[in-house]
Design a protein around this ligand. Structure first.
Ligand code: DP6
Length: 361
């Protein structure tokens, strides 16, 4: 598919006013997206687990104007309060998607959004937030075009979410989503996320992700700055090639259930992401002493017990601890007694893989 395929035809339906609510999850990348080209095209492919409990719920109210306006008309409420500071991001999202949703200036919108996780947890809400909003807009488009099928609905929702925030395109479906063209994943695209199309052994189903909240502060590096660091990066080309290789390795691992190899790929991806930040100009060091203390304890616990827990990181100090459901009891015990002490106020969030976004009645 190309961008052209997402341009709508004449609409045959009508929608004067109404509301729709979607709940969309966050996701955690196993192979990381870090670096992008124009129009939110990723510099390398990525794959993520869709989460279940970390979610954004968004209600979109719409009412048709008498006359189409020259600019977008919307109000934004976050956790019941008017939030002017979030508006520029939504404005930008509307600008980027207007070509594909030409009705956007015909309506007055009220957007109400809330997260299931604390806003100041350092958990990025752009993936869950942008995907939830993209889905709400698709529900409105479906009213205008009642012939639209579900497959197209899902693809276009992911396509739009990507224009809001790259990783958001991986939050529509579950439990594993690939985004970015890769030779070995048939149907993979730079334009939208693809539900992982191959066999996945049972051990990877309902995989656990306990998110250790090491540093709940605002992100030190915005994603815009972060991705742009790869533009002049001395190791960029090798890194992009490595992401393709790691995705190929994961395909075999998911099929065969080799947890030792899974750990190697996932932890190496996390450390490479941070290595890229540490070796860019300007350079950033996002791990905190507690991040390292946790990683070292994970290495030790694995060596001593043969457990299959591993860690991954986002562009921040928090640690995602990943492990099979079968090992939940022992790992949670270890987290509570050994790792929680390195978290801000001892806080962590228990999550696991999920099936993607849901429309609420
Ligand atoms: C480190 O999706 O937040 O989490 O496209 O600029 O909104 P934008 O970036 P964003 O980047 C996420 C980067 C990452 C890795 C990943 O999720 O793949």
């Amino acid at each position: 598919m190309t961008e052209q395929d997402f341009l709508p035809q004449e609409y045959s339906g009508r929608a004067t006013e109404g509301e729709v609510t979607w709940q969309s999850p966050s996701n955690i990348a196993l192979v990381k997206y870090w670096g992008k080209l124009d129009n939110q095209i990723p510099a390398n492919p990525s794959i993520s687990f869709t989460l279940n409990n970390c979610r954004t719920t968004t209600t979109l109210r719409y009412s048709k104007k008498e006359k189409a306006a020259t600019d977008f008309d919307f109000e934004l409420y976050f956790e019941k309060e008017k939030k002017e500071s979030f508006k520029p991001k939504i404005q930008k999202f509307f600008e980027r998607t207007f070509e594909y949703l030409p009705f956007l200036k015909d309506y007055k919108f009220t957007i109400e959004t809330s997260n299931s996780f604390p806003h100041s947890s350092g958990i990025a809400s752009s993936a869950s937030g942008m995907s939830a909003l993209a889905l709400c807009l698709m529900s409105l488009e479906k009213e205008l075009d009642p012939t639209m099928d579900n497959e197209f609905f899902t693809k276009k929702a992911s396509f739009l979410a990507r224009l809001g925030s790259g990783s958001a395109c991986r939050s529509i479906e579950g439990e594993l989503v690939v985004w970015g063209e890769n030779e070995e994943i048939k149907g993979s695209s730079n334009l939208f996320g693809l539900k992982y199309p191959y066999a996945v052994l049972e051990v990877f189903q309902n995989y656990q992700d306990t998110i250790l909240l090491v540093d709940k502060g605002e992100k030190q590096v915005s994603s815009t700055v972060g991705h742009s660091l790869m533009e002049e990066h001395p190791y960029a080309e090798r890194r992009f090639a490595q992401a393709h290789e790691n995705l190929g390795k994961l395909k075999q691992i998911l099929k065969k259930g080799d947890l030792e190899e899974f750990i190697k790929v996932v932890e190496s991806e996390a450390l490479t992401l941070h290595a890229m930040m540490m070796t860019s100009q300007p350079y950033f060091l996002l791990m905190k002493p507690n991040t390292l203390a946790i990683i070292e304890k994970i290495f030790r616990f694995r060596k001593e017990t043969g457990s299959h827990l591993c860690f991954t990181l986002d562009a921040g100090a928090n640690v995602h601890v990943l492990y099979p459901e079968k090992e939940k009891e022992e790992v949670l015990q270890f987290i509570k007694t050994e790792l929680a002490q390195h978290c801000d106020k001892g806080q962590f969030i228990e999550d696991h893989t999920g099936m993607g976004a849901k429309k609420l009645a």
